[in-house]
Ligand binder design. Structure first.
Ligand code: ZN
Length: 150
């Protein structure tokens, strides 16, 4: 086999190996089933990349691909896999608006857990600290007379 033929075959291999990646890259939403979520699509594309890496390693070990091409392609796949992974993680985590909402809810919960003692509603009869403004003590039923309110 001449060097020219070997190079030609190698170039062909590169196209074949790279083709699924390019197709996945440029496929767009048009070819996707409607029920595929962005997250599921990312996961599927990640699996495709991992399969391509395995194929690449198999072909390299079988001597079908030049070391230089193998290294370059593997690096490309790894970057693609890392990018898809980052995209998936971004899709799985909350949006900034949701994060703000979560924080607000957590803050409200924290405030609720430690309600400030309203001295005005401490029962004069039994000393029970009524947690909410009440007219009658929640413990003994005695009339509460707020000290500062009219
Ligand atoms: Zn009381």
């Amino acid at each position: 086999m001449s060097l020219g033929v070997a190079l030609f075959i190698t170039a062909g291999m590169v196209v074949l190996v790279a083709a699924p990646l390019l197709t996945a890259e440029g496929a767009g939403e048009g070819s996707l089933p409607v029920d595929v979520t962005p997250l599921a699509d990312l996961r599927r594309r990640r699996l495709v990349v991992y399969e391509n890496i395995q194929d690449l390693e198999f072909e390299f070990k079988a001597g079908k691909i030049a070391s230089q091409d193998y290294q370059a392609l593997k690096e490309e796949y790894r970057m693609e896999a890392a990018r898809l992974m980052a995209d998936s993680q971004a899709a799985e985590t909350l949006t900034p608006e949701e994060v703000l909402l979560e924080r607000e809810v957590a803050a409200r919960r924290a405030r609720r857990k430690t309600p400030p003692v309203v001295e005005e509603y401490v029962c004069a009869e039994c000393g029970f600290e009524n947690p909410v403004p009440v007219k009658f003590c929640g413990e003994c039923g005695a009339k509460i007379t707020p000290r500062t309110e009219k």
